[in-house]
Design a protein around this ligand. Structure first.
Ligand code: AMP
Ligand code: MG
Ligand code: MG
Length: 307
């Protein structure tokens, strides 16, 4: 065994602290009152000052500490001239106490790809649905999502005075996931979570085909995975293009670390190599347990449409 922690564990430990810094930025921009909203590709594709500053902070902090890691962020921004006050150099010491799973012990820095969504759920952020918002840092090796950090900057924001605001969930395949209480719904309870702002007929038809007892419509890919691991929903069903690799990498790693499964609507795994296309064109299907029930209920028409 090497004497210093493996690069994967150091990267996760740094990502934890870097995500906390990003969460502070997200809260500060909101309390400052000027969101600086810009429309990107379409009507429901927004960017705020918080997306921009958080991405600069995360990407510059990671690149400074891990110069050979490939870091891919959602927002198209210049990476140079990032203000020093945005740089976070800390790391979570508790994470460093976990031994690196042996299959990842010898990974080299240049073999890792990090997918960054500095603010997932931007539309909800601008509408004041603050606990839908997450900061996502996903880590991939050989095309597979193997570790991730999800920070929820406004966790507990409605709990009142005394409650600690915000939390950070992290996970590594072969170790597990931490920072929340894992809860499973009974196998026969089918509660589907899906988009609230990017729906269409295919999305709705597919949700209906799952015969759900109820449907939870919330924003954010990170937020929907939290619904799964905390036993609020049993499946995440999104039969449409729209989610990108930075939306699914960290959530997928955390879900897989606790035995769940995330794929496209055809049941195929997504790849996270540095040169893959960003769009998850064949939708997102995820469940903590009983994945096969949901996969077997995807209509043939949906599979054909999203091939
Ligand atoms: P949602 O479930 O609608 O909150 O989407 C989860 C993530 O995928 C968010 O980051 C969205 O911005 C992104 N997304 C999903 N569908 C679309 C779309 N049609 N256009 C742009 N972004 C999308
Ligand atoms: Mg997103
Ligand atoms: Mg985003």
């Amino acid at each position: 065994m090497s004497s210093s922690p493996a690069v994967l564990m150091r990267l996760v430990a740094s990502s934890f602290t870097i995500a906390e810094k990003a969460a502070t930025i997200v809260r500060n921009v909101m309390s400052g009152g000027d969101l600086g909203i810009v429309e990107k590709s379409g009507v429901d594709d927004l960017q705020t000052k918080a997306d921009r500053l958080a991405q600069q902070s995360i990407c510059a902090s990671l690149s400074r500490k891990f110069p050979k890691v490939t870091v891919i962020g959602e927002e198209e921004l210049p990476s140079e001239n990032v203000s020093e006050e945005l740089i976070e150099s800390g790391q979570n010491e508790e994470i460093l106490k976990y031994p690196c799973p042996s299959q990842y012990d010898c990974i080299k820095e240049e073999e890792l790809v990090v997918w960054v969504d500095p603010l997932d759920g931007t539309k909800e952020y601008t509408e004041g649905l603050l606990d839908h918002v997450t900061v996502l840092i996903g880590i991939a090796y050989e095309g597979k999502a193997i570790a991730g950090v999800i920070n929820q900057p406004y966790y507990n924001y409605e709990a009142g005075k005394g409650a600690v605001l915000g939390r950070t969930i992290w996970g590594v395949l072969g170790i597990g996931a931490f920072g929340f209480q894992l809860k499973e719904l009974p196998a026969e309870k089918h509660i589907v979570t899906t988009t609230r702002s990017h729906g269409n007929k295919l999305v709705n038809d597919c949700v209906t085909a799952m015969n759900p007892h109820s449907v939870i419509r919330v924003g954010g890919a990170g937020n929907k995975i939290i619904q799964l691991i905390e036993g609020k929903a049993s499946a995440y069903v999104f039969a449409s293009p729209g989610c990108k690799k930075w939306d699914t990498c960290a959530p997928e790693a955390i879900l897989h670390a606790v035995g769940g499964k995330l794929t496209d609507m055809n049941g195929n795994a997504y790849q996270y190599h540095k040169d893959v296309k960003y769009m998850n064109s064949a939708g997102v299907l995820a469940a903590l347990r009983n994945f096969d029930y949901y996969a077997s209920h995807v209509p043939e028409s949906v599979k054909q449409a999203l091939k």
